[in-house]
Design a binder for this molecule. Structure first.
Ligand SMILES: Nc1ncnc2c1ncn2[C@@H]1O[C@H](COP(=O)(O)OP(=O)(O)O)[C@@H](O)[C@H]1O
Ligand SMILES: [Mg+2]
Length: 235
């Protein structure tokens, strides 16, 4: 397994936000985590990248235990997070945001990689000198993804990439995610409230309900599950 979570619990003071969940991502996989607002999805991603220490349980990446490792070291080991709400540096240019994405890297060959991001996302080249805050929602999402890719991750964590995007722009996200997975060989853990989109993209999924995994399996099975249809795919 590339990533393995074992019985992870995460607390915010007295609140148990994640109640002992286990999940994994194999090399090359796209895995989705579905769940309503407040289910604990972002908390899990923050725990994986070392931004929020789990209270108990273990997290393993490439055969190494990482749940007590500092965030900066985790990014060096090959995990990058695209946070919920993009979290770009609003008053810095797109180009500067991409440079920051490489901050933890020891090699200095980042200009070439930024160029590659501009090849991959031509709109970012056009916007390169603009402040990140002036970009549209979809452009900001691309910039946030490109910034994370600048860390050269083996595993990319995407937290609600379609949130707040218009339906037209939202429709572009699956291709972007698939390209990153197939062309770059990056494994992906995708958190989404849009279950339909996530289940089409991923090969497996976990359904999270108030800090507990209520259902898991391959996405084909989940797409035909009556409960999933009723609760997550209705309308
Ligand atoms: N910084 C925080 N301090 C206190 N409680 C938090 C914090 N972040 C999240 N929570 C709580 O933890 C639970 C899970 O939140 P979160 O992981 O953000 O859920 P999701 O991403 O699935 O919407 C919620 O009850 C939320 O209110
Ligand atoms: Mg969230």
């Amino acid at each position: 397994m590339l990533l393995e979570l074992k019985e992870i619990k995460v607390h915010y003071d007295g609140l148990e936000a994640v109640k002992g969940i286990s999940m994994n991502v194999a090399e090359g996989e796209i895995v989705a985590v579905l769940g309503a607002n407040g289910a604990g999805k972002s908390t899990i991603l923050r725990a994986i990248v070392g931004l929020k220490a789990p209270t108990s349980g273990e997290i393993w990446f490439k055969g190494e235990r990482i749940d007590r490792v500092a965030a900066q070291s985790i990014i060096r080991k090959g995990i990058a997070l695209v946070p919920e709400g993009r979290k770009l540096f609003p008053h810095m240019s797109v180009h500067e945001n991409l440079q920051i994405g490489a901050y933890a890297r020891k090699d200095k060959d980042i200009a070439k990689d930024i160029e590659e991001m501009y090849e991959h996302f031509p709109i970012l080249r056009e916007r390169r000198s603009l402040d990140a805050e002036s970009l549209s929602g979809g452009e900001q999402q691309m910039a946030a993804i490109a910034r994370a890719l600048m860390a050269k991750p083996d595993l990319l964590l995407l937290d609600e990439p379609t949130l707040g995007l218009s339906p037209l722009v939202r429709a572009e996200i699956p291709k972007i995610v698939r390209d990153i997975n197939q062309k770059r060989g990056v494994s992906i853990l995708l958190v989404e409230q849009n279950a339909r989109l996530a289940l089409r993209l991923a090969s497996r999924a976990y359904v999270l309900e108030t800090g507990t995994i209520s259902l898991e399996g391959d996405t084909e099975t989940l797409l035909s599950d009556e409960r999933i249809k009723r609760v997550y795919l209705a309308g």
